[in-house]
Design a protein. Structure first.
Length: 308
């Protein structure tokens, strides 16, 4: 990626400006480790599995299973056994990574060693092959071994036929990360959105690996254009959503993004942004907004600086 040197410059500047002492929103994953995995049939060929770190969709086909995301490494074995049992399949043939985060790529190594095809955006492959230390919690993610890396990458969009399903997948440019993919099962009218949206809490806007709040809004616009009133939308975490619920999220994040940009242009810092409460009236049931707002605000710094 030719923009890596510039990214490195920007992220060093962000650190100098002071990263808040924040933790990765993997607390939900920690809770899920004590919960059973739950499989729900979405259609004759599609099954949703919840509780493995992130939502996983399994599509049955003549050559085996196609999985969208693979849960966490800690629950990978349990997840794969359940997916095969629920779909009466013998093997996982293809895995699609919607982005690089470990809650979605925990089955890469096991499936890579079994010879599975692993599809991802090229940026996701690059992140999975790199050592990443996230500044908000100083946590280091080691590169995956070569066998676990995606072996089929794309830059824009592609499609394939999987049994009864026409599967379309494409890039959501710099939203949650800079490697996000959606996966659309046309025949079942099920749209898998990955980490770009969640229906049970504030999302992570991972500015360290290329995500930003305006890109998130643009990603939701792309998803809205793909969906219709009967589309079932599978978020990265949380219950399945309708198009109306997706539209409500788009409107909310668009308003928050607009407010954050105004505060940035006023020269405000992260604590002043939190004090201003730019999302105060939204989603009180999702709890503390500190992490989300801090990440969303910092995501603007590398995009709206004069040289951007």
């Amino acid at each position: 990626m030719t923009h890596l040197p510039r990214r490195a410059f920007i992220t060093r500047a962000l650190n100098v400006a002071g990263a808040a002492s924040l933790s990765w929103p993997g607390l939900a994953l920690a809770r899920e480790r004590a919960q059973p995995l739950v499989a729900t049939r979405l259609s004759e060929s599609l099954t949703l599995i919840c509780g493995a770190g992130g939502n996983v969709v399994a599509a049955r086909g003549p050559d085996g299973l196609l999985l969208v995301d693979g849960g966490s490494r800690e629950r990978s074995r349990e997840l794969l056994r359940l997916a095969l049992r629920e779909t009466r399949s013998r093997r996982v043939h293809t895995l699609i990574n919607t982005h690089w985060h470990p809650e979605q790529t925990g089955s890469n190594e096991a499936l890579g060693r079994s010879g599975a095809r692993i599809i991802a955006h090229e940026n996701t492959k690059l992140w999975l092959g790199a050592k990443i230390t996230t500044p908000w919690d100083n946590r280091t993610y080691q590169p995956l071994p070569a066998v676990a890396l995606p072996n089929d990458t794309l830059y824009t969009k592609a499609q394939l036929r999987w049994g009864a399903e026409q599967v379309e997948y494409g890039y959501l440019f710099q939203a949650h990360t800079d490697g996000d993919l959606y996966v659309f099962f046309r025949d079942s009218n099920v749209l898998v959105a990955g980490g770009v949206i969640s229906s049970d809490g504030w999302p992570l806007i991972d500015w360290w690996t290329g995500g930003w709040i305006v890109g998130l809004v643009n990603g939701l616009e792309t998803l809205l254009a793909l969906a219709n009133d009967t589309t079932r939308i599978v978020p990265g975490t949380g219950p399945v959503m309708s198009r109306d619920e997706l539209r409500a999220q788009r409107d909310m994040y668009a308003e928050i993004a607009s407010r954050l940009q105004k505060l940035l242009r006023q020269g405000k810092g992260p604590q002043e942004v939190l004090d201003a409460g730019p999302a105060r009236e939204f989603r009180p049931e999702w709890g503390d907004q500190t992490f989300f707002l801090t990440m969303a605000f910092k995501s603007l710094w590398g995009q709206l600086t004069p040289d951007a």
